[in-house]
Design a protein around this ligand. Structure first.
Ligand code: PLP
Length: 509
């Protein structure tokens, strides 16, 4: 214990000595610190001094010491930066924070540091598959299986019948085949890995023919040309951005061709004077030329969304039926399962992918596998999938249900925040998100909340710091809550949190 304490104080002293320079380096700016500023900086307490404050000593009883020390450092660092960045000579000692303010701030930071960094939050944005917010919430059945697989040992790679080594793929392959109509299937870490593995296995050092209209970027790091290069394939672009014909592919086929790749333009649409070649046409060309046809359908809906009042998203089963040799898709987009990349298609090709050493590098972990199996099982009966997969439930939630939730929210907020907030229900739209159906605006009802004394950005910022945090949208200087993505048992918590940030506290002034 003693030694730990000593170690801490040495580190702290070194840090304090360098912290002004460090803050400047962090801010990436050159700041000339004049003598007055320097005098102000010297008036700030040291880490050791703050550690002696009674309320801080109390804090160390309940929070880990390392978190308290780190929080104090961060608070002082912030203050030094504020002082050093102010215009030279303009700062006065009245700008110096009180000890109490420093302690309160440190307390908040220490609490945050000692709690989990990856946290549950309430998604009131109405974006159903929000990549930044963790994409698909899992079905209860999947959650149960994850917990079970996490808690103990399992037959992950053991064949209980034969008493021999098994493959982790055995737990999902049959399900994937049944749901896509493919002969064989493979689950990997995510769809980016699935595409990488397919290109690397089938086309390393050779040409992959792709339409210029399908050279997509998904999120900020998945770009077809980049993945192609990393996978060792040589991109052979054909056609134009808006129009590509079968003859463009035909003209490009040659001795160095290894694969025809079709990529779903998940997060954008080319409309108007446009043409893309269908999988069926590519499949017939592939057959003639002896080239495998791979389609990355992106989201990969396992139920036909057009029957549910939404626009069509490509289905893996349709791609297989149309003649694709392999189809790849995500586990945590419209499928509503865990992060995973799913590959389905011809047995010989799937076997080649499995034998690629990269397959090991991108293999799916047991927790995702447990969730994936449970999610896929729900899809064996479409009705069960629609009733239990949260992403699907949210997408097909009847407007009456949304309205009921919206009224519940509105009434509760109005009752709790009398005088501080104006609440109403307005019409609006929800988004699918996750790079699927980018043009789809699903009608919804929004609970619009306006602060009597607070602007929407202030309310939004405070809601990000509640426990649990709440994510909202801002519309016409009001925050809006979309009940579509808020679960039934989060409604009251949400109403309480929204109210809590609008009721003035002494510390806010
Ligand atoms: C989302 C998407 C990917 C990436 O999938 P991840 O599972 O996020 O790795 C690849 N291709 C398309 C067409 C996509 O829509």
């Amino acid at each position: 214990m003693n030694q730990g304490g000593k170690y801490d104080s040495v580190t702290i002293k070194q840090l304090s000595a360098n912290s002004v320079q460090r803050s400047q380096a962090l801010a990436g700016e050159k700041i000339s610190v004049d003598s007055r500023t320097r005098a102000l900086l010297r008036q700030l307490p040291s880490v050791d001094e703050l550690l002696q404050e009674p309320s801080i000593r109390e804090m160390v009883q309940t929070l880990p010491r390392w978190a308290v020390v780190e929080a104090i450092r961060e608070v002082l660092e912030r203050r030094r930066r504020m002082i050093a960045k102010g215009p030279p000579g303009a700062t006065s000692s009245s700008d110096l924070p009180s000890r109490a303010a420093l302690v309160t701030e440190a307390q908040q930071i220490a609490a945050r540091l000692s709690g989990p960094a990856l946290r549950h939050l309430i998604n009131a944005t109405g974006v159903v598959i929000h990549t930044n917010l963790g994409r698909a919430p899992l079905a209860e059945a999947a959650i149960e299986r994850v917990v079970e697989a996490a808690r103990g040992y399992s037959n992950l790679e053991y064949d209980l019948e034969g008493g021999d080594r098994g493959s982790r793929q055995d737990h999902v392959e049959r399900l994937l085949c049944r749901l896509t109509g493919a002969e064989a299937a493979l689950a990997v870490n995510n769809n980016a890995a699935a595409v990488l593995l397919a290109i690397n296995t089938l086309a390393e050092g050779k040409e992959v023919i792709v339409s210029r209209g399908e050279l997509v970027e998904i999120g900020d790091s998945f770009r077809i040309p980049d993945i192609m290069r990393r996978a060792g394939g040589i991109l052979r672009e054909v056609g134009t951005t808006n129009r590509t014909y079968l003859r463009d592919y035909e003209d490009a086929v040659g001795a160095t061709s290894a694969m025809l790749l079709k990529v779903h333009t998940s997060n954008f649409r080319i409309q108007g004077f446009a043409n893309q070649v269908s999988v069926a046409e590519l499949a017939s060309l592939g057959e003639k030329a002896g080239l495998p046809v791979v389609e990355d359908v992106g989201s990969g809906a396992l139920v036909d969304l057009s029957q549910l009042g939404l626009s069509k998203e490509p289905m893996p089963s349709e791609s297989i039926r149309a003649g694709a040799d392999l189809v790849t898709f995500s586990g945590d987009k419209l499928l509503g399962g865990p992060q995973a990349g799913l590959i389905a298609g011809k047995r010989l090709l799937v076997e080649r992918l499995r034998r690629n050493p990269l397959a090991r590098a991108v293999r799916i972990d047991k927790l995702s596998l447990a969730a994936l199996e449970a999610t896929l099982r729900l899809y064996l009966d479409e009705g069960r999938a629609l009733a239990h997969v949260p992403v699907l439930r949210a997408l097909v939630m009847p407007l009456q249900e949304i309205e009921r939730r919206a009224r519940h929210l509105r009434d509760r907020i109005a009752a709790l925040a009398s005088g501080h907030l104006e609440v109403s229900i307005i019409e609006g739209t929800s988004e699918v998100g996750g790079g699927a159906l980018p043009l789809e605006a699903i009608p919804t009802r929004l609970v619009a909340v306006q602060g009597v004394h607070l602007t929407a950005p202030v309310l939004e910022g405070r809601l990000r710091r509640t426990d649990p945090p709440v994510m909202v949208r801002i519309k016409d200087d009001r925050i809006v809550l979309d009940p579509r993505t808020v679960s039934e048992d989060e409604l009251d918590t949400l109403a309480n949190l929204v109210t809590s940030v609008a009721v003035p506290k002494k510390a806010d002034s």
